[in-house]
Write a protein that binds this ligand. Structure first.
Ligand code: F0G
Length: 458
């Protein structure tokens, strides 16, 4: 390429209007929603970085595939197209479509995990953790120490601590570890990648103890791109080859197609073990649907099949990872504390560093999320003690290891000037950080409380 600028490798074909409500309207929206961004109407938000999940723009080829979707209840042609793409990518024999990632998690853990078990992961995503805990098992996070230090530069901060994994297996006994999971990229740990060497090392431990190894593969293509950029020996390999190698190390995976499937809904569970797959399919029929559609329309299966193919395009991945890094560079240059290096799908603000005057039990990252909306109509998500704090019987709480605000970038949706605007809002809020106050929770659910909790400013 003769020029430095990395352009969006697409042109815009259809648009949706967005607008910024005035400050009074934003204040009122916050009051109404109990200061929880999950309670905002999307029309009250101008740039929505709540999640990169299901919020991306589909391509004209995906829409074209959807028109040709086959809605047969059993044996749909769209299912067989989806099956072929997933088997070709993952090398896994048994493929079970689900309506999204957490349905795959619930089915897999219902079949494989029982009361008293321990499930290791680099860092469990919130639904993954909740689904493990719902079975009465412990969800144990074993990310490498580097993964806990937001400002430390390291190429693979999503890696699992392989020694800690072995210690866990020795401590609790092989029979109480029904599977090991690794999340690529490590969403709750800052969207950080996992190296191929680390996946190989986890594979080796799992093989030695005879424990199945599953990937939580939502962002497999972004992880593959980081391996290409950062790991010795992969610079000349295609993202597809790298992704295939990642999957080849695992016995199975769960995948939310709302991320690197470039689709608005969908997911799947895949594995090699036919006996576990049979039990999973029986559960699937109970709650999701027949095994050739699993809670999805035939047209969704078409969109996913096409999306899984497009996401491995090098020009797309170069633009995708660069656009997140671009926002990170902009705010880091202005002195904002962020998780470094930038994650694949999101920039994570370090609220503990930016708001040292707000203690974890007053939710500094929630304070920041509220202010980003109030200031510029930008919606982000708290990934800190609201999401992962552990309420104790005496009314206190064990805080989360990090207090982060995640600004997740939807795929192929916003332009560089949208991102410039977000950067300006973040910098403006950071300049006023000293004046921000914490929050207390006035209403909460017994699990996944961050979705519905209501707050009051202190
Ligand atoms: N695993 C990871 C690593 C995820 O990031 C998600 C979803 C899931 C599993 C569950 O998938 O939403 O399709 O049921 N993450 C979204 C997010 C919601 O905002 O990060 P799902």
């Amino acid at each position: 390429m003769p020029y430095r600028t990395i352009i969006e490798p697409f042109r815009i074909h259809s648009v949706q209007a967005i607008k910024l409500p005035d400050r009074n309207q934003r204040e009122e929206a916050l009051r109404r929603s109990g200061y929880n961004p999950f309670g905002l109407h999307s029309d009250e938000v101008i740039i929505d970085l709540l999640t990169d999940s299901g919020t991306g723009a589909m391509s004209s080829r995906q829409w074209a595939g959807m028109l040709d979707g086959d809605e047969a209840y059993a044996g749909s042609r769209s299912f067989y197209r989806f099956l072929e793409v997933v088997q070709d990518l993952t090398g896994l024999a048994e493929v079970i479509p689900t309506h999204q990632g957490r349905a795959a998690e619930r089915i897999l853990f219902t079949v494989m995990v029982k009361d008293g078990d321990v499930v290791p992961n680099n860092t469990h995503f919130d639904t993954t953790r909740a689904n493990v805990e719902y079975q009465g098992a412990e969800a144990r996070d074993l990310v490498v120490a580097e993964g806990h230090d937001p400002s430390l530069l390291h190429p693979f901060k999503g890696n699992m601590d392989v020694e800690a994994l072995e210690r866990t297996i020795e401590e609790v006994g092989r029979d109480r570890v029904p599977l090991v999971m690794v999340t690529v990229t490590n969403n709750s740990g800052g969207g950080q990648p996992v190296s191929m060497a680390n996946l190989r090392a986890v594979r080796e431990v799992c093989s030695r103890y005879g424990i199945p190894f599953f990937l939580d593969a939502c962002r497999f293509a972004e992880n593959a791109w980081f391996i290409k950029l950062r790991e010795d020996g992969y610079a000349d390999r295609s993202p597809r080859e790298i992704a295939r190698e990642m999957f080849s190390l695992a016995d199975g995976c769960t995948l939310s197609a709302k991320k690197d499937g470039l689709s608005n809904i969908g997911g799947f569970l895949a594995m090699n073990d036919p006996d576990v797959a049979r039990d999973c399919r029986n559960l699937l029929i109970l709650t999701e649907g027949f095994p050739t559609y699993g809670g999805l329309a035939g047209y969704d299966l078409e969109a996913i099949a096409q999306g899984l193919d497009e996401v491995l395009d090098e020009e797309y991945l170069r633009y995708r990872i660069r656009s997140t890094e671009y926002l990170a560079e902009k705010v880091a240059r202005a002195g904002l504390p962020i998780v470094k290096p930038a994650g694949g799908h999101a920039v994570y603000l370090d609220a503990k560093a930016l708001l040292p005057h707000i203690p974890p039990h007053e939710y500094p990252a929630q304070a920041l999320v509220v202010e980003l909306y109030l200031d510029g109509g930008v919606r982000g998500a708290e990934i800190g003690s609201v999401m992962f704090g552990k309420p104790q019987p005496d009314g206190t709480e064990i805080p989360a290891p990090m207090e982060l605000v995640r600004l997740a970038v939807p795929r192929r949706t916003y332009t560089q000037s949208h991102i410039d605007y977000v950067g300006e809002v973040m910098i403006d809020v950071a300049e006023r950080a000293k004046g921000l106050q914490g929050f207390r929770i006035v209403e909460q659910a017994p699990w996944l409380r961050h979705f519905t909790a209501r707050f009051e400013p202190l």
